[in-house]
Write a protein that binds this ligand. Structure first.
Ligand code: COA
Length: 131
């Protein structure tokens, strides 16, 4: 039976970047694929910050796009490990979006997307490696 720890790590600001026109969908808002890519990277950074070495994504779960992201918005991905298995870590990623001008006005960012992503630590041969 695998060992599982439910002790979550602290939230980490893993990624921050500006939404650019090249990343839009047919409606002019930001393409979901960009957000998924950022989520995947942010989760991997959180897993590695919590002690994993080389990781691959095995599953993306519970992805909800709550609100659109607009061109010029600042996208911030917060991530934390919420579960550790024998070789895997589950990371919760929350994505926020805000206009850069909101920073000076201290307006709360909008939470636009949330996901849980599962990473497996692997060895040099791509096989699962105990954490
Ligand atoms: C990730 C990979 C190494 C796992 O190999 P595997 O033979 O399925 O390994 P195991 O069955 O021993 O499972 C390893 C861990 O993954 C978990 N896992 C496997 N499939 C899963 C799924 N669909 N959902 C959630 N967890 C899963 C297992 O529960 C296990 O966790 P634990 O050790 O903490 O208990 C393999 O599936 C792989 O290489 N996938 C491709 C990864 C990839 O290319 N990702 C995209 C780019 S990063």
């Amino acid at each position: 039976m695998s060992e599982v720890s439910e002790q979550p790590s602290a939230w980490l600001v893993a990624i921050r970047q500006m939404a650019m026109p090249a990343d839009t969908n047919a409606h002019g808002t930001i393409f979901g694929g960009l957000i998924l890519s950022l989520i995947d990277q942010a989760g991997a950074i959180a897993a590695q910050s919590s002690g994993a070495s080389k990781v691959v994504t095995v599953a993306m779960d519970k992805i909800v796009f709550h609100e659109p992201v607009h061109v010029g918005d600042l996208i911030t991905c917060h991530a934390r490990v919420i579960k550790r298995g024998r070789t895997s870590m589950t990371v919760c990623v929350k994505v926020e979006s805000e206009a850069p001008s909101s920073l000076a006005k201290q307006i709360e960012p909008r939470q636009v997307t949330q996901a849980e992503v599962i990473y497996v630590q692997i060895d040099d041969h791509g096989r699962p490696l105990p954490l």
